[in-house]
Design a protein around this ligand. Structure first.
Ligand code: ATP
Ligand code: MG
Length: 410
C-alpha cells in the first residue's frame, strides 16, 4: 500500500508486569493472562489475542466499541496498563497521518508529549526523528503545546518488526497476577464490607475463588442472600466464571443455642462455617480458606478466637485484611465497586441468637468441650446437602450433565 494511505488496524496494547513473570513459570502466566483477556472481552469485537515483543495485542474488528472494552480490561488482574491503539506501516508519513486521524480519541488536551521507541532498529528513522516530526504535526493540528515532563496526554509510538504501533495515554490496570495462576481458594462471603475485599485481594494474587455465603433464612430474612448474589456478580467481573454457594445455617445455630454456653456461640457458628465451606470449595479444587477478618475489629476477631475457629479447619485460613483498618478496607471496597452494596442493611446470620457478652478470649479446651454436645459430623453433612449452588458466567451454558455434577451433594 503506498505511503500516505495508511491501512490502520485497531487494537488494544496491553502491558504486563515483567518482573513478576520471570523464570520458568513465565509461559504459563502469559498463557493464563492471554486466556483471561480473551474471556473477559468475549463478544466485544476482539478478533485475535497475540503476544508481541513483551506486550499483548488485542486485534479488534473495525468499529469495536471502546468503552465496554476499557471497562472489562480494567478488571483483568495481571494487566499493568493498557491503551487504545493502531498498527500502521512503519513509515513516518503513515504514522503521522494515522495519529492525526485518530487524535479526537485522545480527548481534550492542552499539552502533550510523544514517546517513540524502536524495538526494530533497521528502519531508517530514529526515535528522535519520529518524536520531532510527529510532535510538530500534532502541535500544528491541535494547537496544543509540547510538555515532556507533565503532559496532559502522551502519544506512544513503537516500531516493531511487524509494523508500527501508536497508542494514546496508558490506562492503569489492576496489576497483580492473572487469575488461575495460583491455587484456587474458598472465600467465606458475608454481605459485609470486608469479605468481598478479601476475595479481590486473593484474585489479585492469582487465585480463583469459590464463594460460600451462610444465611439464617427462614429465621431471618433473605436480604443477605440477595447481597451475596450481587457481590458474586461483581466478583465475576474480576475472575470470570463464579460459583456461589448459599448455605442455610439457622438450624445448626438453633442446635448450638440449645446445647452450648452462650458466650461461645459466635465461635461455634464460625467453626461450622469453615468446615462446610472447606468441603464445598474442595469440589472446585480449593486448597485454602479465605476470610475478611481484621484483627480486633469485632469480638470474634481476637487472636484467641481466630485460633479457636482455625482449629476446626484442616486447610489453612488466609486473612488478607488482617492488618488493615476499617477505613482502609472501605476505601478499597469503594475502588473495587462493592462498597455501596455492602453497606445496604441486611440480617447477618452471626447476629442470630448472639449473646450480649460474646467470649473474646475463647479457650480451645472449652470450645471443644462445648462442641462435644453436638453431632458435628452430621450437622456439617446437613449443611453441605442443603447448600444451594448458583453459577455465574460461561458455566451457565454448560450441559445439564455438568450442571448436575456440580450440584450433587458430596
Ligand atoms: P464482613 O464485612 O465481611 O461481613 P465483618 O466485619 O462483618 O466482615 P464478621 O462478621 O466478624 O466481620 O466476619 C468475619 C469474616 O467471617 C467475614 O469477613 C467473612 O469472611 C466470614 N463471615 C462472617 N459472616 C459470614 C456469612 N454469613 N457467610 C460467610 N462468611 C461469613
Ligand atoms: Mg459480617
Amino acid at each position: 500500500m503506498p505511503e500516505g494511505q495508511p491501512r490502520l488496524r485497531p487494537c488494544v496494547v496491553v502491558h504486563y508486569h515483567e518482573v513478576g513473570l520471570k523464570g520458568r513459570n513465565r509461559p504459563f502466566f502469559l498463557q493464563t493472562l492471554e486466556q483471561n483477556l480473551r474471556r473477559a472481552t468475549a463478544g466485544l469485537g476482539v478478533k485475535r489475542v497475540e503476544r508481541a515483543s513483551g506486550r499483548i495485542l488485542l486485534w479488534l474488528e473495525p468499529g469495536a466499541a471502546w468503552e465496554p472494552l476499557r471497562e472489562r480490561i480494567a478488571r483483568v488482574f495481571g494487566v499493568v496498563n493498557f491503551s487504545r491503539g493502531y498498527a500502521v506501516q512503519p513509515g513516518l508519513a503513515a504514522i503521522i497521518q494515522g495519529v492525526l486521524a485518530h487524535l479526537p480519541e485522545a480527548g481534550a488536551f492542552a499539552t502533550f508529549a510523544v514517546r517513540a521507541r524502536r524495538a526494530f532498529k533497521d528502519l531508517p528513522l530514529s526515535s528522535r526523528e519520529i518524536a520531532v516530526e510527529l510532535g510538530a504535526a500534532v502541535q500544528q493540528a491541535s494547537g496544543a503545546g509540547v510538555n515532556l515532563s507533565a503532559p496532559d496526554m502522551t502519544i506512544y509510538v513503537e516500531v516493531l518488526p511487524q509494523g508500527a504501533l501508536f497508542f494514546f495515554d496508558k490506562i492503569r490496570g489492576p496489576g497483580g497476577l492473572p487469575v488461575g495462576s495460583s491455587a484456587p481458594v474458598t472465600v467465606l462471603l458475608s454481605g459485609g464490607i470486608d469479605s468481598p475485599v478479601a476475595a479481590c485481594r486473593m484474585l489479585k494474587r492469582g487465585s480463583r475463588a469459590t464463594l460460600v455465603h451462610f444465611h439464617s433464612f427462614p429465621f431471618l430474612n433473605r436480604a443477605s442472600q440477595e447481597k451475596a448474589r450481587e457481590l458474586a456478580q461483581i466478583i465475576r467481573g474480576y475472575q470470570g466464571d463464579t460459583v456461589l454457594y448459599l448455605v442455610p445455617l439457622g438450624e445448626i445455630q438453633r442446635k448450638v443455642v440449645v446445647a452450648c454456653p452462650a458466650p461461645y456461640r459466635v465461635v461455634l457458628y464460625r467453626r461450622f462455617m469453615v468446615r462446610i465451606a472447606e468441603a464445598l470449595g474442595e469440589r472446585h479444587g480449593a486448597q485454602a480458606l479465605v476470610t475478611g477478618d481484621s484483627l480486633g475489629q469485632v469480638a470474634s476477631q481476637t487472636i484467641e478466637n481466630l485460633i479457636a475457629v482455625e482449629d476446626a479447619a484442616t486447610q489453612i485460613i488466609l486473612r488478607p485484611l488482617i492488618g488493615m483498618d476499617k477505613q482502609e478496607i472501605a476505601d478499597e471496597a469503594e475502588r473495587i465497586g462493592t462498597y455501596a452494596l455492602s453497606i445496604q442493611p441486611d440480617q447477618d446470620c452471626c447476629a442470630l441468637f448472639v449473646p450480649s457478652n460474646p467470649s473474646i478470649h475463647t479457650d480451645l479446651k472449652g470450645i471443644r468441650a462445648a462442641e462435644s454436645a453436638l453431632d458435628v459430623e452430621s450437622l456439617v453433612q446437613q449443611g453441605i446437602a442443603e447448600a444451594e449452588v448458583v453459577e455465574y458466567g460461561q458455566r451457565e451454558k454448560h450441559s445439564a450433565a455438568e450442571q448436575k455434577k456440580n450440584t450433587l451433594p458430596v
